[in-house]
Write a protein that binds this ligand. Structure first.
Ligand code: HAM
Length: 418
């Protein structure tokens, strides 16, 4: 097979040992924190109706216009690979009727956006997201932001920066868009092609365009909050007040709008200095979604796990372990082989990670296998040990050997238990 055929598709990656150990660790640390805040896991399908995303994320968004993996199945249905987790999770929550009230759900899984791959931008990536359902309450927004920061802290990230803003109420949006459009129309020719298009659709997105010419024009505009209602500004003030009283540092970013259209009121993004141009490790906000004839309000966020791992690698580089908590059984001869098979089974039933070569290869080859697997201990049963009725235990990390009888051996091996 040509080597190209062995590679995953562009913008996608195979994930296995040793990197996956870090993924597993952060996932289990996250589950423990999420449990403290009353969130339980939901696993919703990766494939959903295309319409669900268009209606939830907004048909003017880059994600819907340029980035969705959208196709027609054999039955003529329009489907899409999920580009984010909120829409599917809210669809599921809405399907639960009355149980939807106050639902608190988290999810971990693959998302798909057909973007041009570059550092920090993949076509298949993973998010850990949470959604807390319930009508707007500043204290809940602050609680969810506190959870967000807690998770990043629990992973050992200390250099994250929280940026926050408001998108106002749905009614503010129309007025804000009109005022912004009126201010930007005279500068139309100076904006990038994307922003010229945004002037006719979602003009708010001009505010966070990365193009330097657009950013310079935006810098001269009044802050987005100045177009908002008193109610929206008071809501943001209350969220900020609670964050301050909880000692959670943040920066108000008047031009932060986020790329999805379901947001109302609080929005935030968390950046990390290790990430370069794509420096958002996570984003979230309060939203209102109309799904299946029901309006569902909530607040949530999603952390991009690939980006979180890049940040962790920068803050806490990890050398792969020299040895693993693994016992390798080495046997010489038929009798020792049978005995070792029984021992192998009993160690595994006791929860001790253990392996042996099952193809009756030479002792030397068995030691090589133990070394390749990074086992930390080897239990040897050769002719001499069989005769004496003992086991030879070798510690591969320091070469120390000891002769042990079964009860002592078990006691020693139980310390290897993961
Ligand atoms: P988002 O900002 O589109 O929000 O994505 C959240 C995070 O996913 C980003 O901050 C980034 O770390 C990661 N991410 C996004 N696109 C890519 C990509 N192409 N490659 C690698 N990482 C990526 C949402 O998805 C919302 N659903 C968050 C939310 C939940 N809001 C309320 N509830």
């Amino acid at each position: 097979m040509a080597s190209e055929e062995l590679q995953p598709l562009q913008g996608m990656a195979d994930l296995a040992m040793p990197e996956i150990a870090r993924w597993q660790r952060i996932e289990s640390q996250a589950r423990a924190v999420l449990n403290c805040y009353g969130f339980t896991e939901a696993r919703t399908p990766i494939l959903e109706r295309y319409d669900l995303f268009v209606r939830s994320l907004g048909d003017e968004t880059d994600v819907v216009q340029k980035e969705m993996y959208h196709f027609e199945d054999r039955g003529g249905r329009q489907l899409a690979l999920r580009p984010e987790g909120t829409a599917g999770v809210i669809r599921y929550i809405a399907s639960r009727g009355q149980d939807a009230q106050d639902a608190r759900v988290y999810y971990i899984g693959s998302m798909f956006r057909s973007e041009r791959p570059q550092a920090g931008r993949r076509r298949q990536f993973h998010q850990l997201g949470v959604e807390a359902i319930g009508a707007a309450q500043a204290a809940v927004d602050a609680e969810v932001i506190a959870l967000h920061l807690h998770l990043l802290r629990a992973w050992g990230l200390s250099q994250c920066r929280l940026n926050i803003n408001t998108r106002g109420l749905a009614s503010d949006r129309v007025a804000a868009q009109e005022q912004l459009r009126a201010l930007l129309l005279p500068r139309r020719e100076d904006l990038c092609a994307d922003c010229q298009r945004r002037l006719d659709g979602n003009v708010l997105r001009v505010l966070d365009c990365k193009n330097p010419k657009c950013a310079a024009i935006v810098a001269e505009l009044p802050p987005l909050t100045s177009f908002m209602s008193v109610e929206a500004r008071a809501y943001l003030d209350e969220v900020c007040h609670i964050l301050k009283s909880l000692d959670l540092p943040f920066v108000l970013r008047p031009n932060l709008v986020r790329g999805l259209d379901y947001y109302q009121h609080t929005v935030w993004e968390i950046t990390h200095p290790a990430l370069g141009a794509q420096d958002a490790i996570a984003g979230g906000g309060r939203y209102s979604l109309n799904i299946g004839g029901r309006a569902i309000e909530g607040v949530g966020f999603a952390i991009g796990l690939e980006r979180a791992i890049v940040a962790l690698d920068a803050e806490q580089p990890e050398a792969p372990p020299e040895r693993l908590p693994l016992v390798w059984l080495v046997a010489q001869g038929d009798q020792a082989f049978d005995d070792s098979l029984r021992l192998l089974q009993s160690l595994r039933w006791r929860g001790i990670p253990s392996q042996m070569c099952l193809d009756r290869r030479s002792m030397k080859a068995q030691f090589r296998a133990a070394d390749r697997a990074k086992a930390s201990l080897v239990v040897i049963r050769g002719d001499a040990e069989m005769e004496k009725g003992i086991f030879l235990l070798k510690d591969l990390s320091n070469g120390a050997q000891s002769e042990l009888e079964m009860p002592e051996l078990l006691e020693r091996l139980l310390q290897v238990k993961a």
